[in-house]
Structure formats: C-alpha cells, structure tokens
Ligand binder design. Structure first.
Ligand code: N01
Length: 484
C-alpha cells in the first residue's frame, strides 16, 4: 500500500543523531521535515567543541555513519575539526542543507492532541505530526560553583564553549578537570604555556594510546576507488567494537586485561612515587568513561607543569587558592569540568499530553522506553535519549538503529494506522527494570562516580550488547504503546 498521508516532521538538533534521523527519513521517502539547530552550523558536539587538542579518542573507523563511511580519514583517531567537516559534508551530500535552519533554538514544543507546535527563540512556529528530539547528551557545559569565579580578572573559558579570543600562549594557565577533555587540553596547552597548573580533584585512569597515528594517503586513495572494500572495513570495525561492549558489560578475563593495561600505563609512564600516588585513582579502570592519551603524563611531568590535588577553596581576582592556603597566580582559567549530561532537551519548555511538562514527567530523573519513547509524550521520539549506549556501542550506529525504528512508526502513521502513538507507562517501567537488572555485572557498577550517573544515582547507560539493542529496536511493538 502506498503512503496515504505525508507526515510533517521536526527534527531538533543537527548533530550525529539529527543527521542520522534526516537521512533515514529521506531514504524511506519522507521529505517534509525541518531540522532546527541552535548552533550556527551543523555538527552538534563537534560544532560546539573547539578547544585546543580536540581529538576523537574513538577510532575514526567506528566514529562514522554506516551509510557514509569515509575512506580518507587523516588519522586513526581523527582531529575534532575533521569530524565536524565530515558531518557537514554528509549533510551536503545527502541533500539535507535546505532542510536545516541554523541559529534556531527550540524554546518550546507543545502537544496539541494530534501533533506538535514547535517554537524557536525568534517566535517562529512549526506544526508537526512528529517531533524527533536529537538534542544530544554532552551539550550543556557544567560550570562549577567556585566562590569568586566571577571576580577573576583574567580569562575564564569552558572547554565546550572555547573562545578563540582567549590567548593561552606564554600565559599562566589553570586547567580544572581531568576527564577526556582535561587530559587533551592539558597536553595541548602545556606546550605553549609559561606555566600550567592542573587541578585534579579525582585522578582518572589514562590508558596509553598513540593518538596521532596518520592514516597513509594511499589507504584513502585505494578505499575511494573501492567502496565495497571501504564498507567491508566498516563492518569489520563494527565487529571489533563488539569486544569493547563485552568488556564493559560482562566481567571476564578480557576486562581484567584492559584494566591491567590501564594500571600499567600509569606505572610505566610515571616513575616518581609521589606523583604516581597523586595520580592513582580510587576506582577500578573502565568504571568511568575511559580516558586515552599518549601525551598526558609526559605533559604533566614537564618542567612548566604543576599538578595540584589540594581542593580549590576560592578563586581570587588574580588566581586560585587551595585548601593548604596556597595562592596560585594565573592569567587564564580553563574549565574542563564536563557537562550536565542528563538535561536532555531541557531547558526547552516541552509539554505533552494533558499539559504534562517534561520536568514533571522526569521529576525522578530522565527515563525513556528503549531510549526513545516517553509516556505522556505522543508522537515524540528521542535519539540517543536516556539509557543510550554512550559508554559501549558506536554512537553513530545506535543513532541509525533508533532512527530506523522511529521511521517504522512514521511509516505506520502514513498508512493511516493511527493518529497518535504513545508508549505506555507499564512498558517503560518494564524496560527500566530490565536495564537496572542488567546493570549489575557492568564495570560501571564497580564503585565510582561520573557523568554516567544521574543525580539520583542510577547509571544512565545501556547495559546490553549491540545485538540486543538492535533487536529491541528492530520493529515497533504495538503492545507496548497506545494507538489512537
Ligand atoms: O568531562 P568529565 P569531560 N572542582 O565529566 C572535574 C566525552 N569526550 O568534558 O571527577 C574540581 O569526564 C571532575 O572531577 P570529579 C567523553 O565521553 C569525548 O572531560 O567530579 N574539579 C572531572 O575531573 C567524556 O567522558 C571525547 O572529581 C571539578 C572533570 O572536571 C565526556 O565527553 C573528548 C569540579 C570533568 O570530567 C566528558 O568529558 C572529550 C570542581 N568544582 C570528551 N567540577 C572524544 O574524544 C568538575 N570537576 C570522543
């Protein structure tokens, strides 16, 4: 049966998941959609993040779409700007540019009873039959509440909103935070700073990895000529990624090997007992999002770098004071302090059926059926929403699988099967308890705290392997939904 209705769709966000959604819709014959993007360009997290040293610590082979494998990455671990260019290139090649509205922040979305009204900051309103919220996870910078921070007379910059006007060369720089970002930015800024002070509240395990391996140009040239081989390579990479998912979700000798390697990475690179002691984390490797670097420990041991593990007590107009009473004189403070990772879609004023706001629906923390559907919010789906496999499965793939699932629902709508589709609270509760049960043996459950955890203490990740995720999202299960 051919399509009898042409759905109007609003996609919120032009990052990895928004692009995956748009391409999937197009491939299935749906082209009445608009992508509303808050930023001035596409790329999501790769548009917003521009800090010095920005590199992807996931191999490029796994950090791309299955429908657009790139043959000629410059490095095995791609630099950030190259990933942003890749995403922009996909948008152009797939003919999506005309659908994208940049500088269009969605401030409100309201369910009308049959569809949605979506409103951007400039007052423009879009009517939609479906909303796809592809708003990302690591979007809102977490700015620490440090006494005196606003009185600092030098520059303060958060890594996720880097300001090119900030001069770091020949300056006294503080870097606060030691996650994946802090480690990258310390390595990059140490080279040009007069003095770099790294404030470490909780050291992390940093696995040694050669992050700057170039991909030989000839490889790109050959793969360009042989798209079949390029696709086969992508598939092989995805098979390999299964191993990592197993390592983090199931205890095994493989997990122990990786954990021992993390410990060895510290022992082999930091020989000074006191410094090593300061850098030894108090949790098992892999419990937090694993940090990779080939340069961090070297940068920390450089003559112009100082590691400070004393707690920060205040920021003064000229520096930072620590609990031991010391004052660290500074020109620039770099906040590598991470993200408010569970704010999904907020602060947009999202109002579902019967006036239910997302803040009320999620009063006890974000939850969604199979990462994508929320009770009380008909005809709205999230991509990389709550419980997405950000810590275990290649994200582009997870976004593609979710986009295909959403498209299946939209196909059913287009044939007139229903007007509105809403997941039931029961099905969502069931999914949440399956997740909680499966979380037991994961490495994330071995005693640590990080952005993987919600304020309520639950782990906002997917504890299943790729095959399970794919089967969960293979076909809509109408028994879990109310169709009207
Ligand atoms: O943020 P984080 P991130 N005083 O939350 C510290 C992805 N990513 O931006 O642990 C002092 O990991 C905080 O200390 P503590 C990746 O998924 C990917 O580094 O709370 N310190 C911690 O050390 C990653 O996991 C790439 O005690 C304070 C740090 O700030 C995710 O982004 C590259 C503090 C925050 O670490 C987030 O990484 C970069 C305070 N008041 C990032 N507040 C790729 O290459 C916070 N901290 C793909």
């Amino acid at each position: 049966m051919g399509a009898v209705r042409r759905p109007r769709i609003v996609i919120i966000g032009a990052g990895v998941s928004g692009i995956a959604s748009a391409v999937t819709l197009r491939r299935n014959g749906f082209d009445d959609f608009v992508i509303l993007e808050k930023g001035s360009d596409v790329g999501g997290v790769w548009h917003w993040n521009r800090y010095p040293g920005l590199t992807c610590d996931v191999p490029s082979q796994l950090y791309q779409f299955g429908f657009a494998p790139k043959p000629d990455w410059s490095q095995v671990f791609a630099p950030g700007p190259e990933i942003q260019r890749y995403l922009a290139d996909v948008v152009d090649r797939q003919g999506l540019r005309a659908h994208v509205r940049v500088n269009a922040e969605v401030v409100a979305a309201t369910f009308t009873g049959s569809g949605w009204i979506v409103e951007t900051g400039d007052g423009t309103r879009y009517e939609a039959d479906f909303v796809i919220a592809a708003t990302g996870v690591l979007h809102h910078p977490a700015v620490p509440n440090l006494p005196g921070l606003s009185e600092f007379t030098g520059d303060v910059v958060h890594t996720a909103r880097w300001d090119d006007a900030v001069v770091t060369k020949d300056k006294r720089i503080a870097v606060i935070g030691t996650g994946s970002t802090g480690v990258q930015v310390v390595s990059a800024l140490q080279r040009e700073a007069t003095h770099l002070t790294h404030f470490v509240r909780s050291p992390q395990w940093v696995i040694w990895a050669p992050m700057r391996i170039p991909q030989p140009k000839v490889v790109g040239a050959v793969l360009n000529q042989l798209p079949q081989l390029n696709r086969a390579l992508y598939q092989a990479g995805m098979q390999g990624a299964r191993l990592f998912t197993d390592v983090v979700t199931q205890p095994s000798w493989r997990r122990r090997v990786v954990q021992n390697y993390a410990k060895l990475s510290l022992r082999a690179q930091v020989l000074e007992p006191e410094l090593r002691q300061q850098l030894t984390p108090d949790y098992e490797p892999l419990c937090k999002r694993q940090v990779l670097s080939g340069t961090y420990y070297r940068a920390l041991r450089a003559r112009n770098t100082e590691l400070v593990t004393e707690a920060i007590t205040e920021v003064t107009p000229t520096g930072i004071r620590t609990a031991d009473g010391r004052h660290h004189a500074l020109d620039v403070i770099v906040l590598a302090t991470g993200f408010r990772a569970h704010d999904y879609m907020r602060p947009m004023n999202l109002v579902g059926r019967d006036g239910l706001s997302i803040d009320d629906a999620w009063a006890k923390g974000p939850r969604a059926y199979r990462m994508t559907a929320i009770p009380g919010f008909p005809n709205l789906f999230t991509v990389l929403g709550p419980h997405s496999p950000t810590g275990s499965i290649p994200l582009h793939h997870a976004a593609e699988v979710t986009a295909r699932y959403i498209t299946r629902w939209i196909q059913r709508w287009s044939t007139g099967e229903f007007d509105t589709v809403e997941v039931t609270a029961d099905a969502t509760d069931r999914f949440e308890s399956e997740v909680a049960d499966a979380m037991g043996p994961t490495v994330w459950n071995t005693g640590c705290n990080s952005w993987y955890f919600t304020e309520g203490g639950s782990i906002d990740l997917l504890p299943f392997d790729r095959a399970t995720m794919e089967s969960m999202l293979a076909e809509p299960d109408p028994a879990d939904f109310t169709l009207r």
